[in-house]
Ligand binder design. Structure first.
Ligand SMILES: Cc1ncc(C[n+]2csc(CCOP(=O)(O)OP(=O)(O)O)c2C)c(N)n1
Length: 588
């Protein structure tokens, strides 16, 4: 059982530390440069040695913010994000980011305080079964019961979060364990006998995949977020240029293959563009790389890509066959597998000629020309949200990091931004967490201070976590936020309009309440309002010049605008609905 030594007792010699000191030192050993958090009783002993640590701590206003900041940091840098909060309500406040990170495979390490181990089970003040609650939304979690275990557990936590399929982990630290003395030691290696992610794909399956690729006349590479997680963007490009196979990039993979490349078809899925969606439907071969056949991509599974053979590459064996049975399943790290695939393709090509893709390429170009994304911004008409996104895209540096909330604005951003670099688009794909954008943008800016970071947020989303702009102001983190303020929970309104006979139940928010400019200013930010198309670019330019505090632009957009194309939930991708302004519906 842990002892109850006081937290302020200094280490007797270099080797004697409290559990709390050991925790901070272990985080330093893991290279933690920044952590996001908020203290409280149970985690107080750990906040004390933080004063003497090299780790920068960013004090959030709500624990959900800390979790999303850690996610944004991890997305942008590829390094694990770290958050630390106290027990009870603090721990439950961070469950949403944990679940978000779990769904999107984001490596974050969350430390929670816990009531003393000796009183667990007594309903002590702020006691909460944190490991129980977070078990289904973490890759792994630990309750530390002895301070001597701290270094080992932290090493394991970082290892598990960042290897294999990345994901969130949680370490629950009881207060008496934080106060217990231990002999400092740092394990040389991680020893987790049951945990051995399979990195290298099986050579025979890679050969089979190359053979299948050599038989295809209508191939599509279906690139998912795993490409980014595996740092496989370069390898993907090599494979594409070698095969001339077209590529769709899912919501989580935007930027993993440059949008300005002639073989990039853009985003598939519920709000994907016509060509990306239809290319998959008509394909005879789908090469799924780090993608998970999400229902937002497949539509009704039984009608998804009916003629396609499937090559599925994923680091997580549980993904293979989860939704669609692959003809060639390959378990492995996307980068390593693609590199091997490139070699296997070269070998196959030396053996015989591959089918010409000319007809397929011509068909794709025809669809692209016939069914582009469209909207119309009249000179004196209401401000179109798509126009705001286009102007942001065209008036910011190419490598700007863009973070979106969840809703219509997220879809317009995903559709319209030209992502030519990996790690430039951050959003909540799996869980679809409103309130993600502001804190995730702050985390991204902390990780990449030299880059411009713009959050494109909805007015509904913004109201969920806007208070983190106080954090950003206090910490001098100059993020920029564009609110596409349509006065509604727009995406819900869109569904009500299309599928509930325009019965708008509980979706109206108001354009003026709150006053976003005053709110921004009250939080230490610069605030601007834009009502007309003419004002869009000058205001973006003004915002771009401000670098000493966060900026918020309240774009008053047309509430009637809808996101098209659209595949209705549960329907087939063949039934894609185009903007009614297109002359044909579906055009099959
Ligand atoms: C935390 C949370 N609550 C509810 C939802 C359901 N939801 C999805 S989109 C949306 C509307 C978002 O509204 P807003 O932020 O104004 O963006 P818009 O769709 O208008 O661009 C809602 C309520 C969600 N995704 N997340």
């Amino acid at each position: 059982m842990p002892s109850n030594s006081p937290s302020h007792r200094p280490a007797e010699n270099a080797m004697q530390l409290t559990g709390a000191q050991a925790l901070i030192k272990s985080l330093e050993m893991e290279g933690t440069e920044v952590m996001f958090g908020l203290p409280g009783g149970a985690i107080l002993p750990v906040y004390d040695p933080l004063i003497d640590s090299s780790i920068r701590h960013i004090l959030v206003r709500h624990e959900q913010g800390a979790g999303h900041m850690a996610e944004g940091y991890a997305h942008a840098t590829g390094r694990p994000g770290v958050a630390m909060v106290t027990s009870g309500p603090a721990a439950t406040n961070i469950v949403t980011p944990l679940c978000d990170a779990y769904m999107d495979s984001i490596p974050i390490v969350v430390i929670t305080g816990q009531v003393a181990y000796s009183v667990i089970g007594t309903d002590a003040f702020q006691e909460c079964d944190t490991v129980g609650i977070t078990m289904p939304v973490t890759k792994h979690n630990w309750l530390i019961t002895d301070a001597n275990d701290v270094p080992r557990v932290i090493r394991e936590a970082f290892h598990v979060a960042t290897t294999g399929r990345p994901g969130p982990v949680l370490v629950d630290m009881p207060k008496d364990v934080s106060n217990q003395m231990m002999d400092w030691h740092w394990p040389d290696a991680v020893d987790l006998p049951g945990y051995k992610p399979n990195m290298k794909g099986h050579p025979k399956q890679i050969k089979d995949a190359a053979r299948l690729m050599g038989e295809s006349e209508r191939p599509v590479i279906y690139a998912g977020g795993g490409i980014l997680k595996a740092r496989a963007a370069e390898a993907l490009k090599e494979l594409v240029e070698l095969t001339r196979f077209p590529v769709v990039t899912t919501l989580m993979a935007r930027g993993s293959f440059p949008d300005d490349h002639e073989l990039c078809l853009g985003m598939p899925g519920m709000h994907g563009n016509y060509t990306a969606v239809t290319s998959m439907q008509k394909a005879d071969l789908l090469i799924a790389l780090g993608s998970r056949f999400d229902d937002r991509v497949t539509g009704k599974v039984s009608t998804f890509a009916p003629d396609a053979k499937i090559i599925h590459v994923d680091i997580d064996p549980a993904e293979l066959g989860k939704v669609r049975r692959p003809d060639v399943p390959i378990v492995g790290d996307c980068r390593l597998v693609i590199e091997e695939l490139v070699k296997a393709v070269k070998a196959e090509r030396n053996k015989r000629e591959w089918p010409s893709l000319e007809t397929w390429h011509r068909q794709l170009r025809e669809w692209q020309e016939r069914y582009p994304l469209r909207y119309e911004q009249l000179e004196d008409g209401p401000l179109k949200p798509q126009y705001c996104v286009d102007m942001l895209r065209d008036n910011t540096p190419d490598d700007t990091i863009v973070v979106a909330g969840v809703g219509q604005h997220q879809m317009w951003t995903s559709q319209r931004w030209t992502f030519n670099y990996p790690y430039t688009y951050i959003n909540s794909g799996g869980l679809g967490t409103m309130g993600f954008a502001v804190p995730a943008a702050i985390g991204a800016k902390v990780g990449k201070p030299e880059r411009m970071v713009w959050a494109v947020d909805g007015d509904g989303c913004f109201q969920m976590t806007a208070q983190e702009l106080v954090t950003a102001s206090a910490e001098r983190i100059p993020v920029k936020v564009a609110i596409l303020n349509n006065a509604y929970l727009g995406m819900v309104r869109q569904w009500q309009e299309l599928f509930y006979e325009e019965r708008y139940s509980e979706v109206y928010l108001s354009p003026d309440l709150p006053d976003y400019v005053m709110w921004a200013e009250a939080m230490g930010c610069a605030g601007f309002r834009v009502d007309t198309p003419d004002d869009v670019v000058p205001t973006i330019e003004k915002a771009n010049e401000i670098d000493d505090r966060p900026v918020v632009i309240d774009f008053r957009t047309d509430y009637r605008e809808k996101v098209y194309p659209m595949v209705q939930a549960g329907m087939s991708n063949d039934d894609i609905i185009l903007d009614p302004a297109h002359d044909t519906y579906g055009a099959r």
